[in-house]
Design a protein. Sequence first.
Length: 245
Amino acid sequence: MARRTDETDSFTSVVRGPSPVSAPGSAPGASQPPRAGRRGAKPGQGDGTYPPGAGSSRSDPSATERFGWGAANAGLDAAGYTTSVEPLRPTAPETILLRTRPHARRLTIPVLVLFATVTAFGYFGGRFAEEWQNWGALGLASALVFFVTLLPFLAWLGHRYTVTSRRIIARRGILVRQRQDVYLARVTDVRLRRTPLQAAFASGDVRVIAGPDLTLVLHDVPSARLVADLLGDLTEHPTPASHLP
């Protein structure tokens, strides 16, 4: 029996490892307190409670601010990892502040041509001796109305400028549409240029500079000075007095 007990103790020591050494003066078989993982380690480091670096991040204010952990124990699971992320702040919706087209003064000549063509065809149409001459007069009148009146009017309708709380949008074209967007945050200068004729109608060309290689010109817009002031307030680049005619 004694020999079997010795063999059992030997087997136990191999599996579990040697029993801890009792401190002097302690009772035989008393367990010693667990030692720290390394000398000078902080609580929660090297003892298996948290992964390496988790304990230091709890007490590091910069890490707390950087990773959004909040308080020392808020948003952390048992392994020391964050379990909640702060949602992004909602941005303000984009609103339309201005919609305009080039001044309608450019339609003066097309409208005059329309009235002249209709008047002339109404007077001379059907009075020619030959039938082909009457058809020729009709074809000429139709071509003048289409190319000189209708196409410029459609081009004027397709040419539109929109100013929102974030960007400036310029659209133009009839069959082939072109669009150019300039964000207000990129604008570095706003200038206004007017000819004497444009000044008589309170219109002008507003030039928006958004860098050395990007310039958007709002051609012949009505109330050009108000448009330039609006863009200057939105971009925090007021139009200098030297650029205001």
